[in-house]
Design a protein around this ligand. Structure first.
Ligand SMILES: [Zn+2]
Length: 520
């Protein structure tokens, strides 16, 4: 089925120019395969003329078969005063052996004169010749008109002539680019409309987010008749980034009712967004619209109360439409409803009249006042609710511990001893470690494994420390957040104290308790 809007992903080219992003060739292949499975129409793989890594990417990519997407190689128009068939950079585009080639050229006279140092006519010839040459090699040719909006504002006749040069060369698509990202939606609308009047080929849009308008400008262009949208996953890209496809896609499909993706793909949006962030080795932005972990998180007590009654009262769409989930945050703003919804999410049958509810609520408020944070510690939260509801005791108790540190010349050593009690039985272990927390973890674990062999496969995956009241200097309170896994599930726990070792022990004890109780 023909889509209403074509989606052109440039995460691997424009996106890889973002600060802190460095994709290996293998990373690029993995992302391309994921984008293909997701169902974008075009994947821009890179610029073969700019670096050997991109040449290698296209060599590997041509052995893969893509089901939904066409691969595009990116480059520029020929150099000035040189026949196109002698231009190495253009020949490298053909060597990439992709079905689609995208070239960019100049719209703005300022760039023609000051950057290219050439004449108005030669620039038009460079555009038309290059497009024609690539069409003669039976490529689908996308023409990216750089600085289209700034150029049009400066000199509308010349800007239009440059786009028409691409059309005369046989371009399949002229894409107007807001390269500097400073254009307003109303100007995008006006200029795209003008292009639609004069051009017979399809018009596309490529925007940047320098004014926070990357997505808004793409939507304005679509309203004005553009039928092709370029962008990157998570908005990665130079400076503040490109038009964010993970934002623009649900707006096009769910709000403007324009079909862009194969049936069912929009539900994989959150997963795709997480995947690309993980490969880029960047933290996934929790506040990202639609796909962020906070996008459907409810915290304020009155909001949660309303959501409990009517699910869409504080949600613009159902989170499942983009593969996201609703989260109820527990915090000192928490009302009864947050606790009830959280407890239900964790599998406990509870309602607003459950007598233990008040105990749980008071305990949460008291602990948060001390500096605990349950939003990121669902394991500790689950234990707290469980203990209150079932009136049960902990499976083990740490009676005492001791940690010693010493340094002798260059060598430092840590040793921890732990005394635990399980029912009537006691155990006492000693362990060395790379630091006090590591030593304590090892000692606690070896004491407990004798009683609970299943702890063998439980291991820490992340350890975060934050100082919470910095005003008191080294006596400040410390919050420790631990992430633990048993390979089937991952959970997080929290501890707070003026003493970092004590805070760590609390979080460790919670993480072990959670491991022991979660199946029970
Ligand atoms: Zn760009």
């Amino acid at each position: 089925m023909k889509p209403d809007i074509e989606i052109y992903d440039t995460t691997l080219r424009d996106g890889s120019q973002g600060e802190g992003i460095n994709f290996s060739v293998a990373d690029k292949i993995r992302i391309a395969e994921k984008l293909d499975a997701f169902g974008v129409h075009y994947i821009e793989g890179g610029w073969p003329g700019s670096n050997p890594k991109d040449i290698e990417f296209f060599q590997l990519a041509k052995r893969k078969s893509f089901r939904n997407s066409k691969l595009a190689a990116f480059g520029s128009t020929r150099r000035k005063n040189l026949p196109v068939n002698l231009d190495d950079q253009v020949l490298l585009l053909l060597a990439a052996q992709t079905a689609v080639i995208t070239i960019y050229g100049k719209t703005w006279m300022l760039h023609v004169k000051e950057v290219l140092n050439t004449t108005a006519d030669e620039n038009l010839a460079m555009i038309q010749d290059t497009v024609r040459f690539l069409k003669d090699h039976e490529k689908v040719v996308v023409y990216d008109a750089e600085h289209a909006f700034d150029g049009y504002k400066d000199n509308p006749e010349y800007a239009m002539a440059s786009w028409q040069a691409a059309e005369k060369g046989g371009a399949d698509l002229v894409v107007l680019c807001d390269t500097n990202g400073g254009t307003l939606p109303r100007d995008v609308t006006r200029i795209v409309e003008a292009a639609k009047v004069k051009l017979r080929c399809a018009v596309g849009i490529h925007t940047h987010d320098d004014s926070g308008l990357g997505v808004a400008n793409a939507l304005a262009a679509v309203d004005a008749g553009a039928r092709h949208v370029q962008g990157t996953i998570n908005g990665y890209g130079e400076r503040t980034g490109n038009c964010n496809l993970t934002t623009v896609l649900p707006n096009l499909e769910l709000k403007m009712n324009l079909r862009c993706l194969p049936e069912g793909s929009l539900k994989k949006l959150r997963e795709l967004s997480d995947f690309v962030a993980a490969i880029a080795n960047l933290r996934h932005d929790p506040r990202q619209p639609w796909v962020g972990s906070a996008a459907f998180a409810h915290k304020g007590g009155t909001h949660v109360n309303a959501v409990q009654k009517v699910i869409h009262s504080y949600e613009h769409v159902n989170p499942e439409t983009v593969g996201n989930t609703r989260r109820i945050l527990i915090s000192d703003l928490a009302g009864r409803s947050n606790i009830v919804m959280k407890a239900r999410e964790l599998g406990y049958a509870i309602d607003n009249d459950t007598p233990e509810l008040k105990t749980i609520l008071n305990r949460v408020k008291d602990l948060e006042h001390q500096g605990y944070e349950f939003e990121a510690a669902e394991g500790s939260m689950a234990l707290l609710i469980r203990k209150a509801l079932r009136h049960e005791n902990a499976p083990f108790k740490v009676d005492a511990y001791h940690v010693s540190l010493r340094r002798d010349g260059q060598n430092s050593a840590c040793e921890a001893t732990v005394k635990v009690r399980v029912g009537e039985k006691r155990a006492h272990t000693v362990a060395d470690g790379d630091g006090p927390v590591n030593a304590l973890d090892t000692a606690l674990r070896s004491a407990l494994i004798k009683f609970f062999p299943l702890l063998e496969k439980v291991q820490l995956t992340d350890y975060k420390v934050r100082i919470i009241d910095t005003g008191t200097g080294t006596a400040a309170k410390t919050r420790v957040l631990l992430q633990t896994t048993d390979t089937e599930e991952e959970w997080s726990t929290v501890g707070v104290s003026e003493n970092i070792v004590e805070a760590s022990l609390q979080a460790l004890v919670d993480s072990m308790e959670y491991a022991l109780l979660k199946g029970a």
